[in-house]
Design a binder for this molecule. Structure first.
Ligand code: SF4
Length: 276
């Protein structure tokens, strides 16, 4: 029997497992079709990193990637998350409406990979928009084809992770192909949807400056990338791999020197992009 935990967490680096194991596979499948129920690792308040202003971030469970550097491998399995009826999620969100608007923030849905639960995400975004709350989707992009053009517009901003340009390196880093991610980026650009790109910089794994230059050139060509975040690798989620009994290939990797990530930022800036 899992220990029940609060939906709100001080940080997403809390290890959470087995919160939804009492939900049957049939009920999970029904929830994915209807969007009536979402599976949450947690939500956090006060983020200034996951979109403009000050934000609530909903961390959903379920992910089809297996990034070597994942900080939250407990989010991979959907039933590790807390099952939350849509109405409860909306009522939680409503409590923060005035504060979020006063702080020019909004709701960011992250994960895990939120589009594993795309129906729930769309319904929560619809409710947020009815409440006048800015919406951002933080996604690895590979399931973007699940969204209709109309649903794409429910996200005021897409935070799109690009893990690598090179197909072989992308496959090795995340165990999935890069092309669907790039296709989604192109589709967002064609629809003039605002994007922030996110790039995780990991010494020895994603620190190839030629690869980064190719991403920068691609990002420039899209025309709707407002900002690029170069995120330095850290070990805050490293303990989770051990606790989950999973082999962690990056256990001995140190965070990059700030000058190394700054050089990556400069490559994006040289392509005319705002990079932080
Ligand atoms: S896409 Fe995100 S949640 Fe999924 S494995 Fe990669 S880092 Fe982890």
């Amino acid at each position: 029997m899992s220990q029940r935990v609060n939906l709100e967490a001080p940080t997403p680096y809390e290890l959470r497992t087995g919160q939804g194991i009492h939900v049957s596979e049939q009920e999970v499948q029904a929830a994915l079709v209807s969007g009536d129920l979402g599976f949450f690792h947690s939500f956090t308040t006060g983020s200034t990193l996951d979109g403009p202003g000050v934000r609530i971030v909903a961390w959903l469970t379920g992910c089809q990637f297996k990034c070597l550097y994942c900080h939250n491998p407990d989010t991979w399995k959907m039933t590790n998350g807390i099952p939350v009826p849509l109405a409860r999620a909306v009522s939680e969100l409503r409590k923060y409406r005035h504060g979020l608007n006063a702080m020019r923030g909004g709701l960011t849905i992250s994960g895990g990979e939120p589009l594993m639960q795309h129906k729930f995400v769309c319904r929560l975004f619809e409710a947020a928009k009815q409440l006048g709350i800015h919406t951002a989707l933080d996604t690895n992009g590979a399931l973007g084809h699940r969204l209709t053009d109309e649903q794409l517009r429910l996200a005021d901003l897409v935070l799109l992770d690009i893990k690598s340009w090179t197909p072989e390196r992308h496959q090795r880093l995340v165990s999935a192909p890069v092309e669907p991610v790039l296709d989604f980026a192109r589709r967002l650009a064609a629809a003039s949807r605002p994007m922030w790109l996110r790039y995780v910089f990991v010494p020895g794994h994603s620190d190839d400056y030629d690869d980064i230059a190719r991403i920068a050139e691609f990002a420039r060509s899209l025309g709707s990338v407002q900002r690029v975040d170069v995120l330095p690798f850290h070990q805050m989620g490293g303990f989770k791999w051990k606790e989950l009994g999973m082999a962690y290939a990056l256990a001995n990797v140190e965070p990059p020197h700030p000058s190394a990530t700054e050089r990556a930022c400069q490559i994006f800036r040289a392509a005319g992009l705002k990079a932080l």
